[in-house]
Design a protein around this ligand. Structure first.
Ligand code: HEC
Length: 456
């Protein structure tokens, strides 16, 4: 048996050798057709000779092609069609030679039939072979772009432009897709080339025949990184066939090995540098700036403007926060508010994201009436001295509240117990209230996601 080195060396002659059968068979068919047209009688042995040469060189083409597959660098499901149609072509050439040399007499139109069948198979086998050598898009690449779009094979790229960053996991969603595109065909649980399966972190860590393929915190010592960054003409370069990793993909793998190999963290759990963010944006269109809450509210039913205008009678001013959303900003403009007026807002309880009721003698009980404004993000109730800690308790349902202005109200240090329960609350304004600076500093220190402001 040949060693892998010798079989690879010989196998590489396959793309050269395949041109001989093509040439001989075409020549045979050409001579036959041409002499038929001009009605020249030549000895049939000339044609049979061309087919015999075609047959002999086909046998070599098949053997050398088979040698080429032995090195394991070709993925079986990508080459099997080429391989078996190549063998079929060899069989057809054999039948063709039998016919042309009058050993076999099938039926009347046999000459035309075998010529046609062989040419058709030759074109198919040749095209598949060229796809393997030059890539699937080679033939169509330079067609005008509208025709070319039809033929080009679509790349399987994942983008996360609409995903929340707390749903994106580092290995599963960022690293594995790169491996799936470029490595997994040869490194999975069934085909473990070099003994390496790259489907899970654990398998990757276990490595292949050469031992560990990856070392946490040390990309330059990790086999996976080393083999993907060799010079492309090095025979150890990975992937050995197909499209190499891009510069950005290599940086991504390096970032993963150096920093986050040990667990499949969510993107939202990391503190990323500007450079890291722009890499992720470039590769996956991930927008690292958290999206405002209202972006999730695209599909609210349309607001009836006539009904909105009724609010004005109760001294509410209204405004749409943007043209694209059915979301409202409401401001009370009167001097004194009461439950009846507040209940007018009920109709729009899903649509109100910002509410201002300042300096209008608002009471704790009034606050109970706004506890169903579920999508409220911003609440301004400053300068209402009747508001105390008890009123804040009524707001606990407002899970999406991000900002609350309580300046000039009567809340005290007791408010801190309530504030921690607002998960999304980020900014709290408490100037001119009964809270003390010491407690505020303590709260700010303990709750890094929230910030209390004691001045304007
Ligand atoms: C077309 C098949 C194929 C593809 C695609 C492929 N490999 Fe390989 N890989 C092999 C074969 C065959 C071997 C074993 C021979 C060798 O070590 O060169 C191997 C070996 C390896 C090894 C050495 C394992 C060991 O322990 O010896 C590493 C590491 C590796 N590949 C990484 C990759 C990476 C990373 C990718 C994707 C960027 C990739 N491979 C894509 C075929 C492939």
């Amino acid at each position: 048996m040949f060693s892998i080195e010798i079989s690879t060396f010989l196998g590489r002659f396959h793309p050269l050798i395949v041109h001989f059968p093509i040439g001989f068979i075409f020549l045979g068919i050409l001579i036959e057709t041409y002499t038929n047209i001009i009605k020249l009688r030549i000895h049939r042995k000339v044609i049979a000779f061309c087919w015999m040469m075609g047959l002999i060189t086909s046998i070599f083409a098949v053997i050398f092609g088979w040698l080429l597959t032995l090195n394991g660098y070709y993925i079986e499901n990508q080459i099997s069609l080429h391989k078996w149609s190549g063998v079929f072509l060899l069989f057809l050439t054999f039948i063709g030679w039998l016919i042309k040399s009058n050993i076999l007499n099938l039926f009347k139109k046999q000459d035309f039939f075998i010529n046609f069948l062989v040419i058709l198979t030759l074109v198919i086998v040749g095209h598949q072979g060229a796809n393997i050598t030059h890539g699937k898009n080679y033939l169509y690449e330079y067609l005008p772009s509208n025709i070319n779009n039809f033929f080009q094979e679509k790349k399987n790229v994942k983008y996360y432009e609409n995903s929340e960053i707390d749903s994106i996991k580092i290995f599963t969603d960022l690293i594995l897709p790169v491996f799936e595109n470029k490595c997994i065909d040869c490194h999975n649980q069934n085909i473990k080339s070099g003994g390496l399966n790259m489907l899970t972190i654990k398998d990757i860590k276990n490595g292949g025949l050469s031992g560990k393929s990856i070392i946490a915190g040390n990309s330059s010592k990790s086999l996976i990184f080393q083999r993907a960054t060799l010079s492309q003409d090095n025979k150890k370069f990975m992937p050995p066939t197909g499209i190499p990793l891009t510069y950005d993909e290599i940086n991504l793998i390096k970032w993963w090995i150096d920093k986050y190999l040990n667990s499949d963290l969510k993107l939202s759990e990391l503190k990323l540098s500007g450079e890291e963010k722009s890499l992720l944006e470039k590769l996956y269109k991930i927008n690292m700036n958290p999206k405002p809450y209202y972006e999730k509210l695209k599909d609210l039913p349309k607001i009836n403007i006539d009904e909105l205008e009724v609010l004005e009678k109760s001294e509410f001013k209204w405004n749409f926060i943007s043209d694209n959303y059915e979301l409202l900003e409401i401001k009370f403009t009167g001097k004194k508010i009461d439950d009846e007026k507040i209940l007018k807002l009920k109709k729009f309880s899903n649509h109100i994201v910002s509410l201002s009721m300042t300096n209008c003698k608002l009471t704790n009980d009034n606050l109970q009436k706004i506890s169903d404004l579920y999508n409220l993000v911003n609440l301004d109730i400053n300068n209402n001295s009747n508001i105390s800690d008890d009123g804040i308790k009524f707001l606990k349902n407002l899970e999406n509240l991000e900002k609350i202005n309580l300046y000039g109200t009567n809340v005290s240090n007791l408010i801190f117990e309530n504030l921690v329960e607002f998960k999304k609350l980020k900014k709290i304004y408490l100037w001119k209230t009964n809270v003390t600076k010491n407690e505020v500093d303590k709260f700010n220190l303990e709750n890094s996601d929230k910030q209390i402001f004691l001045g304007i």
